[in-house]
Design a protein around this ligand. Structure first.
Ligand SMILES: [Zn+2]
Length: 207
């Protein structure tokens, strides 16, 4: 099996190619045929010497069952990952995303939610959110209120909030002047995705 190594990828890669690599990597993962990734000391040295050129920036949930490098079967230096419970953005997360796409030049940004998300469930269920957990809940709450107006309830409500939260987060990111500039100049493509815990599959969402 060929080792995955997208060396110095983002300097030449297009958003379409980057998305194709994510889709192909996810197919391998779903099929239980993940290719070995190079975790050697020589690969580490190479990345340290030549710098990082991740081909995609991924914002996703901190959930331990949702690790992007495994889900997309990618190696060291391939993905610039930002993980926050509920895959929400604040200024710090947005700054990390901007760094990845503007400074490191990744052509693709994926905002990836997942099913059975604890942050979404906590927000839908309400109740007390102690400490700074409240800051996460506050960001998901407007989406819960909107989805509730559609009459969705139970599991349907959770799944729909997960979907709509991905879109709401993308809209927040799109308001960034840096992101706006890059997308308008076709230097950045943003896609939404949802990871399914049972199948391991990522479905992509039109934005
Ligand atoms: Zn989650």
């Amino acid at each position: 099996m060929t080792e995955i190594n997208h060396e110095n990828a983002s300097s030449q890669v297009t958003a379409n190619e980057a998305l194709k690599w994510l889709i192909e990597g996810n197919r391998r993962y779903v099929a239980g045929q993940s290719a070995p990734t190079d975790l050697s000391s020589s690969r580490r040295s190479e990345l340290r010497t030549h710098g990082q050129y991740p081909f995609a920036v991924v914002l996703t949930c901190s959930d331990s069952r949702v690790p992007p490098e495994h889900i997309f079967n990618q190696g060291l230096g391939d993905l610039f990952v930002v993980r926050v419970a509920g895959n929400v953005v604040d200024d710090v997360a947005l700054g990390s995303i901007e760094y990845g796409v503007e400074h490191l030049g990744s052509p693709l940004l994926l905002v990836m939610g997942h099913d059975y998300c604890g942050a979404v469930k906590a927000t839908v269920d309400g109740g007390e959110a102690p400490g700074s957990i409240a800051a996460i809940v506050e960001r998901i709450k407007p989406t819960v209120d909107l989805v509730k107006q559609t009459g969705a309830a139970g599991n349907e409500l959770y799944r729909k909030v997960e979907d709509q939260n991905i879109l709401a987060v993308i809209r927040t990111i799109q308001a960034s002047p840096i992101i706006k500039h890059l997308t308008e100049h076709k230097q950045l493509t943003i896609v939404g995705g949802k990871y399914h815990l049972d199948s391991g599959e990522v479905t992509f969402i039109e934005i």
